[in-house]
Design a protein around this ligand. Sequence first.
Ligand code: KG4
Ligand code: ZN
Length: 413
Amino acid sequence: MAWYAQLNMRILAIETSCDETGIAIVEARLASGTTKSIKVLANLLISQAEVHAQFGGVFPAIARREHAKNIVPLILHALKEAKLSKKLKHARLLTKKEDSVLTKIFHKESELFEVFKDKLLSLKIPAIDAIAVTSGPGLEPALWVGINTAEALGALWNVPVIPVNHMEGHVVAALLTTDNKQLTTYNIQSIQYPALALLISGGHTELVLMPSKGKYKMLGQTRDDAVGEAFDKVARMLGFAYPGGPEISKLAEKAPPHEKLSTPLPRPMLKSGDLDFSFSGLKTSVLYAIKKFETLTDRDRELIAKDFEDSVTEVLVAKTLTAGKKYNVKEIILGGGVTANKKIRKVFAEKVAQEMPGTKLSIPDILLSGDNGLMIGVAGLLRSRSKKHIIANGTLKLAKSVSPTLAELRKRK
Ligand code: KG4
Ligand code: ZN
């Protein structure tokens, strides 16, 4: 379905792939000419970071429990903000058919079903045209909470449910621009193909070629830890709680600019000749660097954080530019929680301008770099392909051809 056919289409979006419950309500608009734009009626987030901090990482069963606790109240809050929540005088009674459909959907979540009935049956059906929901990749127990709630809303409001790939959501986040201070409208920049996406989050590190609209080809990925995971683990070694990325970033900024670690950390796979990554060895090198100090001072911590951040940045930039030049891309898109990192943003901007001056660089606004419902809503609007029974897929891939090596790609040509 084309965007125009759905003008003013309203989507309620649900994101529960990891430790953030995100709910957004977005409406498709035309800005000027053919520029696509959206109106944001609500964009809400409840982070579980503090709950998981004590465990040093995200626990799937706890993430599931927290999503189940937060999702219905957050949907109600979003509907209220969007002025779409009208109370009925008397709560609706479920028909036998509706009751059996919902019972089936929530067969493993009886508590969530009770809250769902209690809160949503007393509302008038809102003017929502579809529900978008993250179907993967992510933690399956967490994904199911979002999917079940989306399917139940779809059944209750008689609207289609659109499954969204979380990583496509991160790509879409980079396309959203605004000068609107209230963040109630965004323009959607069109992608210039061929484009290259570097997706860096807590669970993923992927270099994906986008030859044309909606097509993805995996060029390289991490062989072990994801970048965000490495940030989190190194932060933990330096004594910081989950999520450690922002802490490392702050620490690195404090390091004196001209001082360096006496033995610099490695730049993993920099010269590997392919487009894959590996961050697990770098993490071990940080551990050895820490062990070298009898007592670790704040300055030592800052220098380690800086060199770690520099190493990651150098490798990410080098591989992205190699791929960008090889495939002659017109646009480079960064996506995922790690794009909140100021150093990474800065070095990418400098290097792309220097080495690929004709190439557009799109990086999400810091507010949209982490997981959020808005990116899922917009990805849903752009795709608009609904599905009857959605299945959580923890390892859902954007690209079908998984990780061909450069040598393989050369052979195929
Ligand atoms: O995309 P995201 O919000 O969730 C996943 O889909 O995984 O990414 C979360 C990751 C975490 O590992 C977090 O430490 C990292 O993004 N992160 C950062 C920064 N802010 C968040 N990493 C480096 N520097 C940051 N400023
Ligand atoms: Zn994410």
